[in-house]
Design a protein around this ligand. Structure first.
Ligand SMILES: [Fe+2]
Length: 188
């Protein structure tokens, strides 16, 4: 599947499907197909790494900011902070192995939006080899940490979101707080 076809399919699906769960269910198999042809559209600038932290390279975005596809490049041992997204997402692994560690809120009334008094416990994790696809929806916040263990190879993954995701919440487990984090990315 070509990137432009994937993107126009996704835009149509977003217009047609109302619920985030329906959107990710429809896009997941398309992401799997896109992965098989990822080498044809991923250019060198999409595969840029950063020694300081995982690299987030913009591959394509809808003009209205309603869809954004990033290539994330992970050196062994690089992880995100614990974070949420404020939208749905579909993730596919091109090479290496990506680990997703889930977190669950256990504080009372955890559906309420607040920045303190947040209790999180670690949930399960999934190991995503090449070709694997993972999805999430906000409920209201889908909270996790993603990365690559030190003993694994460089990993490249594709991340499609329902917004530009130029900022998201980062959680501090020790203090039970969260703050909005401006997420930099590279554009080619
Ligand atoms: Fe994430």
């Amino acid at each position: 599947m070509q990137l432009q076809d994937f993107f126009s399919d996704c835009a149509a699906l977003v217009r047609r499907e109302g619920a985030p769960s329906d959107i990710v269910a429809a896009i997941a198999p398309r992401m799997r197909t896109l992965l098989s042809g990822a080498r044809s559209f991923l250019r060198a600038e999409h595969c840029r790494a950063d020694a300081a932290h995982y690299a987030r390279n913009l591959v394509h975005a809808a003009p209205d900011g309603s869809l954004a596809l990033f290539a994330l490049v992970w050196a062994p041992g690089q992880w995100t902070p614990v974070h949420d997204h404020g939208t749905w997402g579909v993730v596919g692994v091109v090479e290496g192995m990506l680990v997703e560690q889930a977190y669950m809120r256990t504080d009372a009334n955890s559906h309420e939006a607040r920045d303190a008094g947040i209790e999180l416990v670690r949930g399960g994790l999934v190991l995503l080899p090449p070709g694997a696809v993972s999805t999430f929806v906000p409920n209201p916040d889908h909270i996790h940490m993603t990365g690559v263990p030190p003993n694994e190879a460089r990993t490249i993954s594709l991340h499609l979101y329902g917004r530009m995701l130029s900022s998201f919440h980062v959680y501090d487990l020790a203090t039970g707080t969260r703050r909005l984090f401006d997420a930099p990315h590279s554009e080619s």
